[in-house]
Design a protein around this ligand. Structure first.
Ligand code: SF4
Length: 502
């Protein structure tokens, strides 16, 4: 089967992140992926920052699949991309095999790659081992139009899910999580519409609220405490850990889009007739507004909603007062929870002049952005690293929360900084537990400011630019005359080249 129409510009087997977004998009459209590209462009709109500045976006969807029981994962892409993705997934403890269908220019152009993928899927889809097989087209196969939608929908009862996750169409790895979660929810919704489905293992009795986002493990428990007085429970989480949990997620009485970038997933919940609520229960004001919105969406009577709020808000207020934060903090990241973290910090007393998130503006973070603006905080959606660094330099914070390169920059300048993913996302955010979680770490880090300044002074000029590296016993010095000799050599070489050209 031919996957490339004769007119399609053929991306080389080596093309990828560096081939240029426009070129790759044009190739994908010419190769029959117009609908898929339009969908990605609509779901994950561009912004001031529209190219991935973090790891390969496909890591997001790869990780979602690898964290599911009885789900096999197959990648189709350039060997270097697959090497990087599998390396990262094992670095993060995947402990699962990642299937790979290699290709070369010939198999790509002749369509043999699609046949190879089909064979791999058939060999993998064993019902005794798997509920589903996920096949992911990375950049080059997407640009070449490898038609995963032509794979069988199921083989011996094993569902086959084919997704395109190109770096030139999905700006962040956060949104790539949504690509796979949305595709799975869509499949599961269609199954449920056709008849009875398997009972979810983690089915919560009673009226449950589905939670969207990869949450810190204590957060669903904290949310459950908020919901219980309204006769509700914290239900399934999407992304799910098992196929049948998708049915539980679709069955929630309401859906909390705690992470606001799951556009394709929300579409499936809406198609299933579920009301979706944005923001999250952070601090006093955030928790009050969220509980009211969830209560209304789940048709909880007003008196019960009021009583539920009164049951928890004083305890949250007391926690915030006990763990007050007196510091100026800038926040940036790509997790999608940056706005909620900033809200919590402000409610705890911090000054937060800037929040940057790599995620786009969506309906589900609109209330948070408005609240933050009203509290003197600039919110930058699709923030670039350059914008985050410029904002940090201008704000001169007591503590910068951010991505690895931002933290590195802050430390170079002698400012305390914390890596958002490891240090902030790894602690509770919601409800009573969340209210006291940040104070300790902020206090410990900001106390270190003076020590950082001393270290910067002590190491001034060492380990930077061409003096970087290990093995020096003393402060590195240029060998005498070295630069001058090199300058003369370069000048002589340039002159010789000029002579050849004349
Ligand atoms: S799949 Fe990822 S690493 Fe490979 S070219 Fe695309 S964005 Fe880059």
């Amino acid at each position: 089967m031919d996957t490339l129409p004769p007119s399609a510009p053929s991306p080389s087997a080596e093309a990828g992140c560096h081939a240029g977004r426009e070129t790759m998009q044009a190739a994908a459209r010419a190769a029959g992926k117009t609908e898929a590209m339009d969908r990605l462009m609509a779901d994950y709109p561009r912004g001031p920052h529209d190219q991935p500045q973090s790891m390969c976006p496909a890591f997001g969807s790869l990780r979602v699949g690898l964290r599911m029981r009885r789900v096999a994962t197959i990648l189709s892409g350039s060997a270097c991309c697959v090497y990087g993705l599998t390396f990262t997934s094992h670095f993060y403890g995947a402990k699962r095999s990642v299937g790979y269908v290699p290709f070369n220019s010939e198999t790509l152009v002749t369509g043999k790659l699609f046949e190879d993928i089909r064979e791999a899927v058939i060999a993998t889809a064993k019902p005794e081992d798997y509920d589903a097989v996920v096949v992911t087209n990375l950049c080059v196969p997407t640009a070449s139009g490898v038609p995963l939608d032509l794979l069988p929908r199921q083989i011996n009862g094993v569902r086959i899910i084919g997704i395109d996750v190109p770096g030139f169409g999905v700006p962040t790895h956060a949104e790539a999580k949504d690509v796979l979660t949305g595709a799975m929810l869509r499949y599961a919704r269609q199954e449920a519409e056709q008849g009875p489905v398997a009972r979810p293992r983690s089915l919560v009795e009673g009226r449950a609220v589905t939670l969207i986002g990869e949450l810190f493990p204590a957060d669903p428990v904290a949310i459950g405490q908020l919901l219980a007085p309204m006769g509700l429970a914290a239900g399934a989480q999407a992304p799910c850990r098992e196929w049948r949990d998708l049915y539980a997620a679709l069955d929630g009485v309401a859906v909390a889009a705690l992470h606001p970038f799951y556009t394709a997933s929300v579409r499936e919940f809406v198609a299933a007739g579920r009301p979706v609520v944005g923001s999250g229960p952070v601090g006093v004001e955030g928790t009050a507004a969220w509980m009211e919105a969830i209560g209304r969406a789940a048709e909880v009577p007003e008196a019960m909603r009021d009583a539920a709020r009164q049951a928890v808000l004083p305890a949250i207020r007391a926690q915030l007062e006990k763990n007050a934060i007196a510091a100026r903090i800038t926040v940036s990241g790509y997790e999608g929870s940056e706005l909620l973290v900033a809200r919590l910090l402000i409610e705890a007393g911090a000054e937060v002049p800037y929040v940057g998130t790599a995620c786009p503006r969506t309906e589900w973070s609109a209330a948070d952005a408005e609240w933050l603006n009203a509290h003197g905080c600039h919110v930058q959606f699709r923030a670039s690293l350059e914008q985050d660094i410029a904002a940090m330099k201008e704000a001169k914070p007591d503590l910068a929360l951010g991505t690895t390169p931002l933290v590195q920059k802050a430390k170079e300048m002698g400012w305390p900084a914390l890596y958002f993913t490891n240090m902030v996302s790894a602690r509770p955010l919601f409800g009573i537990m969340g209210a006291g979680s940040m104070a300790g770490i902020v206090a410990a880090q900001t106390r270190g400011r003076e020590r950082f300044a001393r270290m910067v002074g002590f190491f001034e000029g060492v380990g930077s630019a061409d003096r970087a590296g290990y093995g020096f016993r003393d402060k590195p010095e240029d060998p005498p005359g070295f630069r001058e000799r090199m300058r003369k050599l370069r000048a002589a070489r340039a002159k010789a080249e000029e002579a050849v050209g004349s």
